[in-house]
Design a protein around this ligand. Sequence first.
Ligand SMILES: Nc1ncnc2c1ncn2[C@@H]1O[C@H](COP(=O)(O)OP(=O)(O)OP(=O)(O)O)[C@@H](O)[C@H]1O
Length: 301
Amino acid sequence: MANTNTNTAIVTDTESQNDTPVVELRGTGKAYGNVRALHSVNLSVHPGRVTCVLGDNGAGKSTLIKIISGLHQHTEGDVLVDGEPVRFSTPREALDAGIATVYQDLATVPLMPVWRNFFLGSEFTRGPWPVRRLDIDRMKKTADEELRNMGIVLDDLDQPIGTLSGGQRQCVAIARAVYFGARVLILDEPTAALGVKQSGVVLKYIAAARDRGLGVIFITHNPHHAYMVGDHFSVLRLGTLELSAARDQVSLEELTNHMAGGTELAALKHELAQVRGVDVEELPEEDDLTAPVATSKDGAA
Ligand SMILES: Nc1ncnc2c1ncn2[C@@H]1O[C@H](COP(=O)(O)OP(=O)(O)OP(=O)(O)O)[C@@H](O)[C@H]1O
């Protein structure tokens, strides 16, 4: 299903599934005191599908991640896992439910070897107490196998993880989450700081995680990256769902227009046309923005 070429992680859309979402938000929201960061958001995450959450700065993406990953609690609506309402008090609880989050600033120790970072906090040990010690050989072998299973080939697992490229480190973090039994993988802007080639590599492993049956929540600013791997697209604006569309309901152009503030730009087109030196030819007309907007039952991926 996923293209194996490193730079072209193009995905063919999969059949829509009627199974219970592994994670679902129903009218979910969060207020920080008087600040309503997220309001009435519906979102469904299914195994083996990539749900992309897009939005400009301050749109509410981080708040959404924090609710699902157990860092913050919602103040409105419901969060369901396997159809059951949940309210995680800690990230550990979310992790125990199979929800793993890979943050942009990866929680790795740069000077430690790749294999050591792979097992950080969950090291294999051997021997009886009190002479129990790290089972280095087993950790190295397992990390090597798991990375290879995901198609990630590194020259030397003994090299400090800090010497890997940003893209490679993201890939190690994805493989780690898969190995430790994640059913849902939340990726917080994994391609934000990467160039084209490295982004392609990360997109390839997002597709690989999806093909291993994980439900993926891919947070991004970049509609092009989202469109390469996404099955469903949810665009947040000022804390509410502005667009919720399956892949076959929205074109890349429409998605880009929504992300780029197409509606505002279309509204401004006439005014901008009066300004010397501003070329408005390529800006969308309001009629062009035909992609489905979110409705109360939207959000299914
Ligand atoms: N702890 C907090 N206390 C008060 N307001 C907050 C808090 N966290 C977020 N907000 C507000 O909630 C809104 C949504 O923020 P959030 O960080 O979720 O957006 P974002 O889409 O992740 O933005 P960015 O891409 O810039 O990280 C913003 O207006 C922000 O100022």
